[in-house]
Design a binder for this molecule. Structure first.
Ligand code: C5P
Length: 316
């Protein structure tokens, strides 16, 4: 009976980057990073059950843009089989996308990390701790952060060195996220960075300041209070803006509409602002929608706290 099949479920979360410093180019072609990652309360839904057919079957629903063929969730299953050298039985996988795709929020990487966990549970296997990071980073640079399960981290290397940061006093923090309708490819943004970037010290200085602040377990107002300096602490901004010039127009509109600094997450194009609560973030979102600047057309807006699993408010 289908109802008796075991079912494995997770809610893979999104992240924002409070800082993103590109330290340099590595011999392997990737970039050495130092970035502060913060898990946020906007999640996809991932479920796995034993397959009814003879191969893994992925069904994707929800927001557009996530591939079925070549999805990192399927890559995670294949990677686990090949790592273990065991032909584990096929799984039926359902992925409901609520995290905007190719938006700088890490959704695909988070889905892959959750798939690694769920498949281990479904197959009754457990990777050794020293194997986990290798397997996670083979799937993508952001996967080790999500696989670690940490709420906030200072992330180094190409994304594979993950150090814990405390968020105990940040539980009230609210974040409003605006994701324009166009996507940005991470690979293209890094490639453009190599062409256009001029070194600035801001991301590096803010990494120092913020890791210091985190070591004292900052309350919400300390983080909100330095947002105007975090605004320019993403080294990928100039590259993202040069690939998508309307991003600068959007940021101007958001800043004049809210009176707050707006940061870019990852390689963009999602922009976000920090508030003292999710309710305040939601109010800011409602006011933006009411004022309706053309740059907001077709954008997705989510007001979240850090816990989720659902946003406090979303538009549309
Ligand atoms: O690892 P992931 O597949 O998410 O990265 C996508 C692309 O972004 C890489 O192929 C690479 O071009 C670029 N990247 C990079 N340095 C990083 C992470 C990503 O150059 N640390």
């Amino acid at each position: 009976m289908a109802g008796d099949s075991p079912r494995f479920e997770d809610r893979p979360p999104a992240k924002v980057n409070l800082t993103l410093e590109v330290v340099g180019r590595r011999p392997d072609g990737f970039h050495e990073l130092r970035s502060i990652f913060l898990r946020i309360g906007l999640t996809d839904r991932l479920t796995m059950t034993p397959a009814t057919g003879d191969r893994d079957q992925l069904t994707v629903s929800g927001l557009a843009g996530a591939p079925t063929k070549g999805n990192l969730v399927l890559s995670a299953l294949a990677a686990l089989r090949s790592y273990a050298g065991v032909d584990f039985p096929p799984l039926d996988v359902n992925l409901e996308k609520r995290i905007p795709v190719a938006a700088g929020l890490g959704g695909g990487s988070s889905d892959a990390a959750a798939a690694l966990r769920l498949a281990q549970a479904a197959w009754g296997v457990r990777l050794a701790p020293d194997e986990e990071v290798d397997l996670a980073s083979s799937l993508g640079s952001d996967v080790p952060f999500f696989y670690s399960g940490m709420a906030a981290s200072l992330v180094g290397g190409r994304g594979d060195v993950v150090s814990w940061l405390p968020v105990m006093r940040l539980e009230d923090l609210g974040i409003i996220l605006v994701t324009p309708s166009y996507r940005l490819s991470t690979a293209k943004v890094f490639a453009r960075y190599d062409e256009v970037a001029t070194a600035t010290m801001t991301a590096s200085l803010m990494n120092e300041e913020l890791t210091g602040l985190f070591s004292g377990e900052p309350p919400v107002h300390d983080l909100v209070g330095i947002a105007s300096r975090l605004r320019d602490a993403n080294d990928l901004w100039s590259a993202a803006e040069s690939l998508a010039p309307s991003l600068a127009v959007l940021r101007d509109d958001l800043e004049s509409g809210t009176g707050q600094p707006w940061l870019m997450s990852g390689s963009g194009p999602t922009l976000f602002a920090l508030y003292a609560s999710a309710a305040e973030a939601a109010d800011a979102g409602k006011a933006l929608v009411a004022s309706g600047p053309p740059s907001l057309e077709n954008a997705l807006i989510n007001a979240v706290d850090l816990a989720g699993p659902d946003p406090a408010w979303r538009y549309p």
